[in-house]
Write a protein that binds this ligand. Structure first.
Ligand code: SF4
Length: 369
């Protein structure tokens, strides 16, 4: 464990490098709790470049926590559409309401209060509270864990029982007490830009003299690759109905209380957002199964005689699921009246909260024109 003069030099080197080379990111120009919180949530599972336009659009529409708390969840999801992992947006909206109701509209500064909010775990709480309130809490995410594992040549699965806790303790030991927020960001920046999973740029690294993995020639072997959860292949058939005005029918997301944990549940696959009428099918039976579904659930036997045009197959991946969608387009004189459904212009779904999967199906349908 680094200590004394070596620890001081380590901190000085890293902070000096961060001060000079940190990327200019919109959320780094502020210590406003709401903005820092929003950025931390958006950056979970999302690349910086992808998050920036969403962050800016979100702030334009919801400049503060009160505006977010007042907004219907549907509107929050619409602005989040395309960013993925939609539970983040749902939790954000709920947490905003709690912050207004219980914390006078300000993100709480105490760890226990922060952790009680929807969508806030240990990492996110440490990041927000250290940056905004200078709390001495060390962050440990994948980037920081990789840096520490290499510095100390930690072998084995970093997420294994006990190892993650030791990494957390080491992160706490290294934490520079005077500016914990900057320190945490510096560690994350090092992992994101130089100490990358593949081909770390050790020649540019400000702390290379302290790195055991580098000394032992192990940088490509640490951390060990985790065995990936095997991919589950799923197949859906989706129906794009089109009336003479270019309107299509989308079905509403299920009510929040509905639990739909099954891996092949259609609502799970469309991220519990507005979606085309869809059904899980077996390969080779898409048209037949969709026709039966449409007849029973949408048209209920009323003169059902639609001609289905097969559209280009769509592929979509969500975490461990690889989804193949067989979309079909059918022209109708009038869209059916179905509860929990609404007509939208197929060419512009920007007014409704839809997932990327639904956008891809819409694009496939438009490509037929
Ligand atoms: S020397 Fe290389 S492996 Fe070690 S911390 Fe720096 S970038 Fe990472």
């Amino acid at each position: 464990m680094l200590s004394g003069a070596a620890l001081s030099r380590f901190r000085k080197n890293l902070m000096g490098w961060f001060a000079e080379y940190q990327r200019d990111l919109p959320w780094r120009r502020t210590r406003d709790p709401y903005r820092v919180w929003l950025s931390e949530i958006m950056l979970q599972q999302t690349r910086v470049a992808a998050a920036i336009p969403y962050y800016e659009r979100f702030l334009e529409r919801f400049p503060g926590v009160e505006a977010l708390a007042r907004a219907p969840q549907e509107e929050v999801l619409r602005l989040w559409a395309g960013l993925g992992y939609y539970s983040r947006a749902r939790n954000l909206a709920e947490a905003a309401q709690e912050i207004v109701a219980k914390h006078n509209g300000v993100f709480p500064s105490e760890p226990a209060d922060a952790l009680a909010l929807p969508g806030i775990g240990a990492y996110t709480a440490a990041a927000i509270l250290s940056i905004v309130y200078q709390k001495k809490l060390a962050v440990l995410d994948g980037n920081v864990a990789r840096v520490i594992a290499r510095l100390y040549a930690v072998r084995g699965d970093l997420r294994a029982n006990g190892t993650w806790q030791k990494l957390q303790a080491t992160a706490g030991h290294l934490l520079a007490g005077r500016s914990p927020g900057d320190w945490n960001q510096a560690m994350m920046e090092l992992g994101a830009t130089l100490c990358t999973p593949r081909s770390p740029q050790c020649l540019l690294c400000p702390v290379s003299e302290f790195c055991e993995a580098r000394k032992q020639g192990l940088t490509d072997l640490i951390p060990v690759k985790r065995s990936k959860r095997s991919t589950v292949e799923l197949t859906l058939a989706s129906l794009v109905l089109l009336d003479p005005r270019g309107q299509t029918l989308l079905l509403a997301p299920p009510a929040p209380a509905r639990k739909s944990a099954a891996a092949n549940d259609v609502h799970t696959l469309v991220s519990r957002m507005w979606h085309f009428p869809s059904v899980a099918v077996l390969q080779g039976q898409a048209a037949e199964a969709l026709r039966k579904f449409a007849e029973e659930s949408l048209f209920r036997g009323r003169g059902f005689r639609l001609e289905f045009f097969a559209l280009k197959k769509v592929r979509h991946a969500v975490t461990f699921r690889a989804i193949t969608i067989f979309p079909f387009r059918a022209r109708v004189a009038k869209l059916p009246r179905v509860s929990a459904s609404k007509a939208f212009p197929l060419a512009d779904l920007s007014t409704v909260a839809v997932s990327n999967l639904t956008r891809k199906v819409a694009r496939a349908a438009l490509a037929l024109n």
